[in-house]
Design a protein around this ligand. Sequence first.
Ligand SMILES: Cc1cc2nc3c(=O)[nH]c(=O)nc-3n(C[C@H](O)[C@H](O)[C@H](O)COP(=O)(O)OP(=O)(O)OC[C@H]3O[C@@H](n4cnc5c(N)ncnc54)[C@H](O)[C@@H]3O)c2cc1C
Length: 369
Amino acid sequence: MASVLVVGASIAGPALAFWLQRAGFDTTVVERAPALRPGGQAVDLRGVARQVAVLMGLDDEIRAARTATAGFSVVDRDGIVLSSMRPEDFAGDGQIAEIEILRGDLSRLLYEATSDSIEYIFGERITVVDEQADGVTVEFANGSNRQFDVVIGADGLHSAVRAAIFGDESKFLHDMGTCIGLWSVPNHLGLENWALAYNESGCSAGIRPVHQNREAIVYVSFPSDEIRFDYRDVAAQKQLVRQRTAGMGWEVPLLVAQIDEAPDFYFDTCSQVLLDSWSRGRIGLVGDAAFCPSPLTGQGTSLAFVAAYVLAGELASAGGDYSAGLAAYERRMREWVLDTQLMGREGNADSRLGAVANAFALPHYSSMF
Ligand SMILES: Cc1cc2nc3c(=O)[nH]c(=O)nc-3n(C[C@H](O)[C@H](O)[C@H](O)COP(=O)(O)OP(=O)(O)OC[C@H]3O[C@@H](n4cnc5c(N)ncnc54)[C@H](O)[C@@H]3O)c2cc1C
């Protein structure tokens, strides 16, 4: 049985592991964090990604775990509502998608659907990836070595697998000009399935109640110009959030004051990953590692979800020629990905999202059914 190492256990990694297992690959997933990472805002499954959820047999579970957010209002500094939106205003594929689920909940569902049959290694990372004619030798931080037939990086925006095959990320990351920070707080505003957003001087902040309104997720975003930060230095990122939101009105001071007590915290630039190729030989990339379109498109999770299915299908169809399988996966996906990234750069996601989310014909791979 051919073996595949998947690096990263968020969305693309477990989704890929699901389909690889179905296609008969011996699959191992390695994740740097000590456990499945919680946190993140709601992410969306739009258009074709909803079809993949059905093919996985996870549609009911995913729908049951959907956020119950009925819409959101933009407020002024005194909390007075300026405007409001609901999902039905966009036929389920607009700013608020029909299937909107917390990133952490989707990751957990994918993990639970695969963890019985797939080896997950948490708290570990790869240090060396060395390709030979008949396989890929991987060295882990604990000093051990293993050989796999294929290695796939599903390790996000700052992918180590991508760095191993293509070099430093500064060549591929296109900063879209915005940073985003996210953390959980108690639902102290007593919000009932309704989110609030506030804008002041180019900075935005918002709060959304989640998990039956028991808790809430806060986001802040502000321009990323001139910002240099270490994406692993959480304390410095929190300090940056405090500095950039200082003096803002509405509930912002109270929300930011809770940042240290939060059980989770995520901060990054909204960036796109622009690569000429998503693989080299037997080593490939999927999800944000390969083609992050940035959170501004609302399409990152949908792309990762569909790409995981196509990648597994093409590897299974490649008759053992895995580099050809990786190239076929990229040929199928690239146009859709580029169109989505373009939508993000042009900043017209609001009007094009529904069409772009559906603009891909899902191939059928009999080996996975
Ligand atoms: C904690 C968190 C919160 C997020 N919140 C949001 C959000 O609110 N809104 C939004 O639009 N997007 C968010 N994202 C990004 C979103 O999940 C992705 O854009 C999309 O779902 C594609 O996912 P991915 O699996 O390709 O990448 P990611 O979700 O970024 O996952 C990459 C995974 O790889 C792991 N990893 C990284 N480096 C290594 C390594 N060297 N070795 C092993 N594992 C490694 C990471 O810990 C992570 O689990 C978040 C991501 C994370 C990790």
